[in-house]
Design a protein around this ligand. Sequence first.
Ligand code: GH3
Ligand code: MG
Ligand code: MG
Length: 549
Amino acid sequence: MFVLLHPFSLPFMLSALVSAGIAVTIWRRRTAPGAVSLFVNMLGLIFWSGTYAAMWSSTTLQKQLFWLDLSTLGAVIIPATFITFSLQVSRNERFLTRWLMYLLTIEPATSLLLQWTNNSHHLVYGPAQLWVTDGLAGLHWSPGLWYWIDTAYWYIIITAGIWYLARSLFRNGELHRWQIGTILAGACIPLFAILFEVSPFFTKIGRLDISPLLFTLSGGLYFYALSIQKFLDLIPVAHSRLIQSMTDGVIVFDLQERIVEINPAACQFLGVTAEQAVGRHSRDILTGWEEITRPFWDQQEVRTEIGVKQDIPRYLDLSITPLLNPRKHTTGRMIVFRDISVRKQDEGALRNANEQLQDQLAEIRTLRDQLHEQASRDPLTNLFNRRYLDEMLLQELARAERENYPVSVIMLDIDRFKRVNDTFGHKAGDETLQALATLIILHIRLFDVACRFGGEEFVIVMPHVSVETAYERAEMLRRAFPKIDLPSVRKEARPTLSFGIAAYPFHGLNSEQLLKSADMALYAAKNSGRNRSVIYTEDSPISRKQSGL
Ligand code: GH3
Ligand code: MG
Ligand code: MG
């Protein structure tokens, strides 16, 4: 009988070629997540599709069965690599433990063993026959118990993969949604294989298992998702690595405020693992933060500093950013935070040190002022000294010139003071000087300045005071002086005072001229009998003599 090359072998050949093309391209980009699993998956498919193509093109029962048994070697790779790939692209790598790998080899190994020893137990398929219809050969056999166990296993694995992909579709950020959606669609395609297997149309021709074709179609979609949609690109990988390695804590929330992603720094700070945190509500994980950060959640973008109560109080530099999709709708939020407790502590210590420094500085200023005060005072009478008078008079006259007001100067000298010393002792003389200083202070205004000019000579500077008023002041002092209480000086031996008075701008335009005029007036007072006050006049004999007139 003439048997034709079966047309069903062509799609499987094509499927093997497509899988090979995908495998080569994927291998070049094997560093991307899921790429190696997909590559091995494709190798399995090449083998599976290739052996099916060979089976359909075989014309004897023996050859067909040989290819069918061999095809199992490719087929058993598919479920394990598919679930690995799904877990990787859905970012659930943490489930890929060594134990899972061992577990995933049990069923394939059993399948292979049973397939190749089928003749002795018929657990996979019953006795097979080759029917030739219209010159086309088709293998007919009835499925055994293991066949259904194996089919159930495949469906369980595919459903598990779909579950993780679907979960990731709703959890992942906008970035990967398209890719995951495409992969998910791809993962659903093989579910239709069963329909073909039980369809009466195909079972008439021969038992047709189109799974390799459907898996290749899925592979094509995965490939499209991974490379055309740029899922294999380095950028998302780099972003993810960057977030993982950041020392700042990063937490991504969805709109329901459930944690979608959390990096190791955030886990460490919160004392949780990523597995514990992902999927939980913010209030369960961010205990104590909730109320503090609540007002910022609905704002555009916030950066602030907050204090939170962990086991010890901590300060955080916190930013909350809404994540927007291309249509500018908020799809979630990202919190980035940094523990600034140490900086805050340092700032506190610095503030204390600064306060101490300010205190010390204030103390130094007081001491310096005291020192300056001491340097400008006469120790015996505590009146200002001559050095101070020079500085002060200079400034006062400059201001008087600017603001156009008079400044009167009274110069006074104790009459026959030498006698006091000689008669009652130097100590009595000192007491007299101190008593006079007190008397002067009591008779002047707050703005007047009294100085000990030298020995028993004093100067009083009176801003805004006319020469006449100054004269009256001098007279008051002169009359008061003999009445003061001086225990160590006998009443009848009490000395008197002589005064010389001059005023700016009439009797001198600078301090030197003004003091000289006051001195001349004092000299005139002494010369005209002492115990009196004299206002400087240009026609006084002394001034004439002094000025050479
Ligand atoms: P006149 O009326 O002409 O001013 O006579 P006078 O004796 O007051 O003048 P004189 O200049 O001859 O003497 C001033 C005296 O003042 C000399 C000095 O011993 C005394 N004297 C100066 N400073 C002090 C001081 O600090 N303490 C005491 N106890 N005496 C002083
Ligand atoms: Mg004197
Ligand atoms: Mg004198």
